[in-house]
Design a protein around this ligand. Sequence first.
Ligand SMILES: NC(=O)c1ccc[n+]([C@@H]2O[C@H](COP(=O)([O-])OP(=O)(O)OC[C@H]3O[C@@H](n4cnc5c(N)ncnc54)[C@H](OP(=O)(O)O)[C@@H]3O)[C@@H](O)[C@H]2O)c1
Length: 356
Amino acid sequence: MADFLVKRDDLRECRVVESPPPELESGQALLAVDSFGLTANNITYAVLGEAMSYWDFFPAEEGWGRVPMWGFAEVEKSEAGGVDVGARVFGYLPPSSHLVVTPAGAGEGGFVDGSPHKAALPSAYHRYLTTGSDPFYRADTEEMQMLLRPLFFTSFLIDDQLAEQELTTRGPIVISSSSSKTAIAAAFLLARREGVDVVGLTSARSADFVEGLGIYDRTVPYDEIGSLERGPATFVDIAGDEAVRRAVHSHYGEELAHSMAVGVTHWEDLGGGAGELPGPTPTFFFAPTRVTKRSKDWGRAGLETKVADAWHPFCEWTSGWLGTTPGEGFDAVRSAYLDVLEGRADPANPHVLSLR
Ligand SMILES: NC(=O)c1ccc[n+]([C@@H]2O[C@H](COP(=O)([O-])OP(=O)(O)OC[C@H]3O[C@@H](n4cnc5c(N)ncnc54)[C@H](OP(=O)(O)O)[C@@H]3O)[C@@H](O)[C@H]2O)c1
């Protein structure tokens, strides 16, 4: 058994530790982690590890954490009814060779991890879906699923909420860190709606990449926010950058219809800003909360079907430009992690890591 650990109070410090293989108790199963994607989203899990309890999903030794990843694993041993050895599942995984789970509600579609330490954590992260009956799954798009699926789910919910609140027709939707997968998927969905104007804010180094995607009506570097036309607008903030947020709020002032705080890709330049910013107070968008709302409205299966229907065209579109930076083993995990942490990753070729 091996784990990739990150120091909680210094995210630049990381190491791999080995330990004896875990013993299974009755009702448990052992997952062998196969592969996962690594993007800024995973860095955010570490940045908000304490504040939003992300460190609690996969406990580690005192002062250290295992950064959650999304990917595929295989059931290596099972003492749990309905969970077969050899089953392949998609879900929330540690950057570890193995994960012990306590499956509950096992059925054709998979199971949820009923481990007691996860009970108080958001249920959106508890499910392990078997590939056979998963409407998202296609064997030839596994890498895209690891990289994009949870982000796309978020983007679907952002697009859905903006439309529900009738913000898509009240001036442009201005998105920061527009080179991120979450922003790209949201812009892709927004661009499919009639009459929506989508502006992508980004760093100078990513401007050509963002422009080339063809889904933003305009691409604007962070230092040119002042060049945007004044009037009503909505801000979807994926960067969380204090200076960018202030610039957008100051530019649109009271005409800013809504400020949605989604991400913190600029994790070293964060700013709260509530109260002292012109315009509306930024409202935190948390995908699991919106999942709960739409699951009530449409049923969980109804929501999954809608997202899966929107997913396949998106996946097809990304296959035209999205590559990967593949890596194998824990050294590759370490180097990819530091690459993303330091903002060096190529937006067109995100990291996919394999441990088997
Ligand atoms: N609230 C929710 O429920 C929810 C759900 C899913 C994701 N999110 C958040 O959405 C954000 C985007 O995640 P993602 O995985 O889609 O990102 P990604 O594709 O890895 O985004 C990469 C982009 O983020 C910016 N960036 C990354 N690291 C940076 C660094 N160290 N310094 C400065 N800029 C950096 C750069 O964009 P620019 O140059 O364009 O700024 C870079 O091109 C994350 O913060 C994630 O947690 C939130």
